[in-house]
Design a protein around this ligand. Structure first.
Ligand code: 8YV
Length: 324
């Protein structure tokens, strides 16, 4: 409903980045939707029609930058496809009364499944063994023994929804789980260590599930990697920014850690040459939530958030600290 004295153009949903084809179609069918990234002159659209935009839909990867937020004076909601929202300044949005939503819970299981799969892969060297067979090396010599998984000590860095789902799965492998998070997590049977470094020191493997953003940038530093040690393995399904990637490259190259399984990188889709060349790392193209079922559920939750906002002015799954 237009406010008296303002534009009579339809309340617009702004799609900021590419999304699943089915989600794009549903948004276009249900709302007056404009795909900003497909416009020949996005700046002109923002000048002429920025005031018509009431909701923005984006991905965890792109978010809504400050300049874009500023160009949308009637913006009331930003909905992220994905659980991460570090690409949008939530504090700034809140100050403007803009709600920020994401798609939690629906992706937890698949991200945790992949984290555990990646842990087993890097410790048992399954991808490396696969390459070994394909290269015809099996007839020459047996593949060297790898590291045992069951019963080992694993540190989960960031015991949120995904971290807890990882920990639960690891219990099934008789693994001893410890964690590090800003505040103690009530009701979990795991030991809490005060720092990432102490956690790495106490564990055979470190699984990173902590949220990205300025607060966790470089948390897995050279010192943390050294604490993990030459028998230690790192798994990262969180954000590339959480790991000091140059320090990781140096540690892998020098054998100061045993290996790493990475689903996220500092500058996706660019992966440092040294990691591409290393047989001790498992490299995945940011696919932790990428199953057909989960992606569909994420798209559905985005739609339901937009629907709820357009009809009732609130989001279904606002991120903590968001306006409502
Ligand atoms: C998606 C993610 O790959 O949820 C997140 O934060 O990183 C992944 O699930 C991402 O949302 C796609 O942009």
């Amino acid at each position: 409903m237009p406010t008296p004295g303002t534009t009579t153009a339809p309340a617009t949903v702004l799609q900021v980045s590419p999304l699943l084809p089915g989600l794009e179609q549903a948004l276009a069918e249900r709302h007056h939707t404009v795909r900003l990234h497909e416009l020949p002159d996005p700046d002109r659209f923002l000048r002429d029609h920025g005031a018509d935009v009431v909701a923005a839909v984006t991905s965890a990867r792109f978010g809504v930058g400050n300049a874009l937020m500023d160009a949308l004076p009637r913006l009331g909601a930003i909905v992220h496809f994905g659980v991460g929202h570090e690409t949008t300044d939530v504090v700034r949005a809140r100050a403007r009364g803009i709600d920020v939503g994401n798609t939690p819970d629906v992706l937890t299981d698949c991200v945790a499944d992949l984290a555990v799969g990646a842990l087993i892969d890097v410790m048992r060297r399954m991808s490396a063994a696969d390459r070994y067979v394909r290269a015809g090396n099996w007839s020459t010599a047996p593949f060297p023994p790898a590291a045992r998984v069951s019963g080992k000590r694993v540190g989960v860095l960031g015991l949120g929804r995904i971290g807890r789902a990882v920990a639960r799965r690891l219990e099934g492998f008789d693994m001893e789980v410890a964690y590090c998070s800003r505040v103690p997590v009530p009701g979990v049977p795991y030991r809490r260590l005060p720092t990432a470094r102490a956690l790495a020191e106490a564990c055979d493997a470190l699984v990173v599930t902590v949220a990205g953003g300025a607060g966790t940038e470089g948390l897995v530093s050279a010192a943390v990697l050294d604490a993990l040690g030459p028998e230690g393995h790192l798994v990262n399904v969180a954000r590339g920014s959480v790991v000091d990637e140059s320090a990781l490259v140096a540690a892998v190259e020098a054998g100061r850690i045993a290996g790493a399984a990475l689903d996220v990188f500092a500058d996706e889709p660019n992966v440092p040459r040294a990691l591409l060349d290393s047989d001790r790392v498992v490299l995945l193209p940011h696919i932790a939530s990428a199953t057909r079922e989960t992606r569909e559920a994420m798209g559905d939750l985005v739609l339901r958030n937009v629907e709820r906002f357009m009809t009732e002015g609130v989001l279904l799954t606002p991120v903590p600290g968001s306006a409502h």
